[in-house]
Design a protein around this ligand. Structure first.
Ligand SMILES: Nc1nc2c(ncn2[C@@H]2O[C@H](COP(=O)(O)OP(=O)(O)OP(=O)(O)O)[C@@H](O)[C@H]2O)c(=O)[nH]1
Ligand SMILES: [Mg+2]
Length: 608
């Protein structure tokens, strides 16, 4: 692998505004070590090349300045961050009707096996997955059905379980559920009601006949025979039985079905609506849909009066659910920037990422994640917690060419024992496709990708100093981010409102169609946009190696200072947004310069 930053590249680096760093008090002195202060200013060089489209022809090809990907590069892996799937748990297998038959034993005892239970559907967040594209292709996932029981008391096999593996950061929402057991329970209650009414009528007729006999009118028998009763209602559970196919019509007429035993599902079906935020790897799969119970074989119904039951029960039908999955990548830092600003180059400079880089807009079409390794994989503690004030100067930042990553390390003799909390060993960065002005109107690639930085602890706005007014660029980026935050808050409120609506009763009252709104606290009235604007943020002013960028940086720095001092409003115009310590850090990602500052500054913000 070529070195991250070739020694020759320093020759091309006239300066990175050394005088401006003094105000960045958070930054350790050691962190400044990779900067090569220069005595000449590029502005003085009088170069008028300030367009972002300037090709980096004079910079040697390296890991940070890779040759452009071929136009027919099909190596881009598929990525999906949204999926709608239907899951169908396995139904239970039917119970078996069978009798032992042996030589000299034509009519042996009942020996039908029970049906197998249906398979369950689980979900699990795992490290190895990073996209939902597999699920978007499958759409319907079914667990295995339980097998029917067999003669000779052999139970049916259990249906196979399905485990849906999703990336960490997936949010699962239930949209619709059809649980046949709930419907069956409602029908059962209605059928029982009818049965009770019928039993009452019979009892009343019996009492009238009894009374007539007692008064000596002798009409009791006649009355009993002439009772004008409706046809007896069907057994409430009749549909749950499988009948012996060889049953004679006489046997069918005299068949009296028993009450079914109360059976609990093997695994408790989670209450609706399911809402999971899988923000950490799940140690065990989480149950989404429980399989149906297997039916009972005919030996379960043997009694003194019924030695040869000619029926068994059917397996339970299983739950079907529609789920919406949304992947919101969980990175510690989110890069937000205009297209071609240099985000992916910066990600390469900070991590071992192989993100695509190209001198045109929308090179990145899907999020890239990189990990900044801080402990050289040796578990050495490295960074003091922020509460101790300014970052310790005892840390040094080096570019580890062998690891290809930036490593921040502390001298072993300076490791202090008993430090709490445990120092961070790595952090992750999400690089998303560029945002353009009007992205909220679906211009460019839209603002949907912002969901991958929505949950980041820190936002880093990557601004190309050679592409015109940096302050304007920052403002327009924040406008898009602010609009996105409001849109998300609106969506969240709508979802919450719809979850509060409950149909009255258990469904028996559906005629009235009355809605009840649960007695919950009032919903917030207006979206504030604070969800994102309250996050700590800073600006990474990149391509600082290009000539004529210092003035632009100066203006940006002034603007950032004004925000910190309260002279300027937060660029998103959101009230109470984070304006504590707004800085702009100039870097030259292509030369790997300034990236150590980003690491230190980020660590400071993350540990806050
Ligand atoms: N001179 C110079 N060029 C840079 C620097 N950083 C990036 N570039 C160049 O800028 C161009 C765009 O870089 P990318 O990293 O692909 O930009 P991006 O922001 O990821 O672009 P999109 O993915 O399209 O949003 C490439 O030609 C890089 O070589 C830098 O610090 N200095
Ligand atoms: Mg990119």
């Amino acid at each position: 692998m070529p070195p991250r930053c070739s020694p020759a590249s320093a020759l091309f680096l006239p300066f990175l505004y050394p005088t401006l760093f003094r105000s960045l008090s958070r930054l350790p002195r050691a962190g400044l070590s990779t900067y090569a202060p220069a005595s000449t200013s590029v502005a003085e060089n009088g170069s008028d090349k300030t367009e972002s489209s300037i090709a980096n022809e004079e910079i040697p090809v390296s890991r940070l300045n890779p040759p452009p990907p071929p136009p027919d590069d099909y190596a881009i892996s598929t990525f999906a961050d949204k999926a709608k799937i239907t899951i169908i748990a396995g139904g239970g297998g039917h119970g078996c009707i069978s009798f032992l038959r042996e030589a000299f034993m034509a009519n042996g005892p009942a020996n039908g096996g029970d049906g197998g239970h249906g398979g369950n559907i689980y979900i699990q967040a795992v490290q190895d997955e990073n996209s939902l594209h597999n699920l978007t292709r499958r759409r319907i996932l079914r667990a295995g059905r339980g097998r029917t029981g067999q003669g000779g008391n052999r139970g049916g096999a259990r249906g196979e379980d399905v485990i849906i593996k999703v990336p960490i950061g997936t949010v699962v929402r239930e949209i619709e559920r059809i649980d046949p057991m709930v419907e069956e329970n409602i029908l059962y209650r209605q059928a029982r009601e009818k049965e009770r009414e019928y039993e009452k009528l019979v009892r009343e007729a019996e009492a009238a006949a009894q009374a007539s006999e007692e008064t000596g009118k002798g009409e009791g028998e006649a009355l009993r025979l002439n009772i004008d009763l409706p046809d007896p209602p069907e057994h409430p559970n009749a549909h749950k039985f499988v009948l012996y196919p060889g049953m004679s019509s006489g046997e069918r007429r005299n068949l009296s079905l028993p009450r079914l035993p109360n059976r609990e599902r093997l695994y408790a079906q989670p209450e609706p609506p399911i809402h999971l935020d899988l923000s950490v790897a799940s140690p065990r799969p989480i149950l989404l849909a429980a399989g149906g119970l297997g039916g009972l074989g005919n030996p379960h119904f043997v009694s003194k009066d019924r030695p040869r039951p000619l029926f068994a029960t059917k397996g339970e039908s299983a739950v079907r659910m529609q789920l919406e999955l949304e992947l919101k990548i969980l990175a510690d830092v989110g890069f937000v920037g205009l297209p071609n600003a240099g985000k992916s180059t910066l990600l390469r400079a900070l991590t071992r990422s192989r993100a695509r880089v190209g001198n045109w807009a929308f090179t990145t079409l899907q999020p890239n994640i990189g990990t900044v390794v801080l402990d050289n994989y040796k578990g050495r503690p490295i960074v003091k917690p922020r509460s101790s004030g300014v970052s310790s100067p005892s840390h040094s930042v080096i570019h580890d060419a062998t690891l290809g990553s930036v490593v921040v390390s502390r001298q072993p003799d300076q490791v202090q024992m008993g430090e709490t909390p445990e120092p961070r060993k790595r952090f992750t960065i999400a690089d998303i496709p560029g945002l353009i002005e009007g992205a909220h109107l679906d211009r460019g690639l839209g603002i949907e990708f912002l969901r991958h930085v929505e949950r980041a602890g820190v936002l880093a706005f990557v601004i190309d100093l050679s592409a015109g007014d940096a302050v304007k660029a920052l403002k327009s980026l924040w406008t898009e981010v602010g609009l996105y935050a409001r849109m998300r808050e609106d969506e969240e409120r709508e979802r919450e409102a719809s979850e509060r609506i409950d149909w009255e009763g258990d469904g028996t009252n559906l005629k009235t169609g009355q809605m009840m709104v649960a007695d919950l606290p009032e919903l917030a009235t207006e979206p504030t946009g604070l969800q994102i604007a309250a996050k700590p943020w800073f600006v990474i002013a990149t391509k600082a190696d290009r000539p004529g960028t210092e003035e632009n940086f100066n203006k940006l720095k002034e603007y950032m200072d004004a925000i910190t001092n309260g002279e300027e409003k937060h660029p998103s115009n959101v009230e109470h947004a984070w304006t504590e310590d707004c800085v702009a850090i100039p870097v030259s990602a292509i030369h790997g310069q300034g990236v150590d500052r980003i690491i230190h500054w980020t660590l400071g913000l993350l540990d806050d």
